[in-house]
Design a protein around this ligand. Structure first.
Ligand SMILES: *[C@@H]1O[C@H](CO)[C@@H](O)[C@H](O)[C@H]1NC(C)=O
Ligand SMILES: *[C@@H]1O[C@H](CO)[C@@H](O)[C@H](O)[C@H]1NC(C)=O
Ligand SMILES: *[C@@H]1O[C@H](CO)[C@@H](O)[C@H](O)[C@H]1NC(C)=O
Ligand SMILES: *[C@@H]1O[C@H](CO)[C@@H](O)[C@H](O)[C@H]1NC(C)=O
Ligand SMILES: *[C@@H]1O[C@H](CO)[C@@H](O)[C@H](O)[C@H]1NC(C)=O
Ligand SMILES: *[C@@H]1O[C@H](CO)[C@@H](O)[C@H](O)[C@H]1NC(C)=O
Ligand SMILES: *[C@@H]1O[C@H](CO)[C@@H](O)[C@H](O)[C@H]1NC(C)=O
Ligand SMILES: *[C@@H]1O[C@H](CO)[C@@H](O)[C@H](O)[C@H]1NC(C)=O
Ligand SMILES: *[C@@H]1O[C@H](CO)[C@@H](O)[C@H](O)[C@H]1NC(C)=O
Ligand SMILES: *[C@@H]1O[C@H](CO)[C@@H](O)[C@H](O)[C@H]1NC(C)=O
Ligand SMILES: *[C@@H]1O[C@H](CO)[C@@H](O)[C@H](O)[C@H]1NC(C)=O
Ligand SMILES: *[C@@H]1O[C@H](CO)[C@@H](O)[C@H](O)[C@H]1NC(C)=O
Length: 502
């Protein structure tokens, strides 16, 4: 009896053993991550690509020697501390486009070699302050496109090699002082599309490698005068779409290699005259969509490399005559939507070549005959939507060099009469728009520009086309409808490739 009982107990425990063994062997044969995902090795880089697999958790059985793990575009809503604890050599981890709302503070405790972490496109509301305290080699971090409202002060305490910090498209209202004070290597900070109102004056203390800052699309109302003083390497600054009303004169005093600055879509009412006194490397400056009523006489004393400048959509009534006298490399100039009534005679005296001259939607009445006497016009000039009364004869021949303009917009002005030499000198001109003017007469030969392909003359007051010749070899379209033409001589369009469109 006793013996029998023993045997029964034995057999029971044997069964238990068998059951637990089968569980264990079941786990051992669970698919390796490489059976679900794509694994490939190149030199000592071992990549596991699990992107677009509809995964709701991180796969088990990730080989311990993985170096790059891609989990992009899945449905992972939760991460466990164990998920990455067995992969000490992981250097790149991509978790973009998942459904994470939180991450455990110790998630990367065993991932000291991480250089890249991308958490962009999740639903994170906070980041644990210690999350990166065990990842001293982190170089690139993205938490963009989440719902972050704040950033803990010590988040970057241990990531002293970090170069790129992407936190754009969140709901961040405030950046704690000293946030980047250990980020000596940081080159790029993206903070656009957040809810920032102020920046701490010391925000960039110790970030002496900083090259690019994107703070566009926030609600910044003012900027401290020495914000950029600790960043002598700053090259690109994006502050567009904020609520700035003024800028301190010394803001860029030490930004000596700044080359791109976007201040468009703010509320700037004026600019300090010395703002660009030291930014001698500036190439592109965008001040469009502000409330500027005037430009200081000496705003650009030293920006010899400036190529692109936009003042469009402001309230400017004039441009100082000498403003471009130290910007010989200017190529693209945009003053669209202002209240300019004239362009001073010497405006372009020191400019070598203008590729794009955009002066549309102003109130310009008169063009000085020798306005372009020193500058070569290439590509495009837009003077449409002004009040121009006439094109001075010889406007494009006052320069010894030939003008290379390809497109000329003069529509929606008040031109009555086209003189014989109005377009003379434009040997490369292909398209000219003169519609919506009050043109009654055109001198013979005014359009004898060999390269012209299209002429838009509709909606004018032309009554007869008798002595005008459009007969040049490359012309393919003349638009003349909306006039009141009753008399046209038979040879007017002789030699045209196709008939004009009336
Ligand atoms: C990673 O480990 C597997 C065995 O688990 C081995 O086949 C592979 O070669 C290793 N890859 C690298 C890059 O070390
Ligand atoms: C993705 O997973 C969900 C459940 O997690 C499932 O309902 C759905 O069918 C899966 N979709 C695809 C395309 O596999
Ligand atoms: C991690 O990399 C080191 C150095 O290359 C190597 O010695 C070690 O075996 C690797 N560990 C794993 C789990 O593959
Ligand atoms: C994170 O991923 C996004 C989307 O692919 C990419 O644009 C971004 O450069 C990555 N961020 C970092 C810091 O590598
Ligand atoms: C800047 O770095 C120095 C040296 O690492 C440190 O003593 C100082 O506290 C840092 N500045 C700030 C504002 O944290
Ligand atoms: C940013 O600028 C664009 C383009 O001018 C404008 O349409 C938009 O309303 C601005 N956005 C904000 C948030 O100010
Ligand atoms: C230009 O830089 C010098 C130092 O190199 C500085 O003393 C001066 O105040 C700066 N000027 C302006 C207007 O920013
Ligand atoms: C800001 O200006 C730069 C160059 O001036 C331009 O390339 C960029 O598109 C602008 N950004 C916005 C958002 O307007
Ligand atoms: C300036 O910014 C405006 C608005 O952001 C943009 O539309 C324009 O393309 C920019 N111009 C230049 C020259 O960068
Ligand atoms: C068109 O021209 C004719 C002849 O000059 C004139 O009688 C007529 O009133 C004009 N029509 C319009 C709409 O200007
Ligand atoms: C048409 O114009 C020609 C040349 O100016 C003129 O001789 C002729 O009388 C005009 N014809 C009409 C019908 O007005
Ligand atoms: C066209 O014909 C008119 C009269 O018939 C003549 O006066 C004029 O010189 C001719 N124009 C051309 C370009 O041949």
């Amino acid at each position: 009896m006793k013996y029998l009982l023993m045997a029964m107990i034995c057999s029971v425990s044997l069964e238990v053993v068998i059951i637990s063994m089968s569980v264990a062997s079941g786990e051992a044969t669970a698919p390796s991550a490489c059976e679900i995902c794509k694994c490939h090795t190149e030199y000592d880089v071992f990549t596991i690509d699990c992107s677009n697999r509809n995964l709701s958790t991180v796969p088990k059985n990730i080989p311990a020697n993985v170096t790059t793990l891609i989990l992009t575009s899945n449905k992972i809503a939760e991460l466990k501390v164990e998920d990455f604890s067995g992969t000490p050599n992981l250097t790149k981890l991509y978790l973009r486009k998942n459904m994470l709302t939180v991450v455990p503070p110790d998630l990367f405790a065993n991932n000291q070699k991480l250089t890249d972490i991308n958490l962009s496109g999740n639903k994170l509301r906070t980041i644990p302050e210690t999350l990166f305290h065990h990842t001293p080699k982190l170089i690139r971090l993205s938490c963009s496109k989440n719902n972050l409202q704040e950033i803990p002060p010590d988040l970057f305490h241990s990531t002293q090699l970090i170069e790129r910090i992407h936190l754009q498209e969140n709901d961040i209202q405030y950046l704690p002082p000293g946030l980047f004070s250990h980020s000596r290597s940081v080159k790029e900070i993206y903070m656009s599309n957040n809810l920032l109102k102020h920046l701490n004056p010391d925000l960039f203390t110790n970030t002496s490698s900083l090259e690019t800052v994107f703070f566009s699309h926030n609600n910044l109302q003012e900027i401290s005068p020495d914000l950029f003083h600790p960043t002598p390497s700053i090259e690109k600054v994006f502050l567009n779409n904020n609520s700035l009303t003024t800028l301190p004169e010394s803001l860029f005093a030490f930004a000596k290699i700044l080359y791109q600055l976007n201040l468009s879509n703010n509320k700037l009412k004026s600019l300090p005259e010395k703002l660009f006194a030291n930014t001698s490397k500036l190439i592109s400056l965008n001040l469009s969509s502000n409330c500027l009523a005037y430009i200081p006489e000496n705003l650009l004393p030293n920006t010899k490399k400036l190529q692109s400048l936009s003042f469009s959509s402001n309230m400017l009534e004039s441009i100082p005559e000498r403003i471009f006298h130290s910007t010989p490399k200017l190529k693209s100039l945009d003053f669209v939507y202002n209240r300019l009534t004239e362009l001073p005679r010497d405006l372009f005296a020191a400019v070598e070549e203008l590729k794009y001259l955009q002066m549309s939607a102003n109130r310009i009445k008169i063009l000085e005959k020798d306005l372009f006497r020193n500058v070569v016009l290439t590509n495009e000039m837009d003077l449409s939507n002004n009040s121009i009364l006439s094109i001075p004869d010889g406007l494009f021949t006052s320069n010894e060099k030939s003008q290379l303009l390809k497109t000329l917009f003069l529509q929606r002005n008040k031109i009555r009469y086209i003189q014989k030499d109005a377009f003379k000198g434009l040997g490369e001109l292909r398209l000219i728009c003169l519609f919506d003017n009050q043109i009654e007469a055109i001198d013979s030969g005014a359009f004898s520009v060999e390269s012209l392909k299209k002429i838009f003359l509709f909606k004018n007051n032309l009554q007869q086309i008798t002595n005008i010749s459009f007969s040049n070899s490359s012309l393919s379209e003349i638009h003349l409808y909306g006039n009141n033409i009753t008399n046209i001589t038979s040879n007017a369009t002789e030699g045209l490739l196709s008939q004009p469109i009336w």
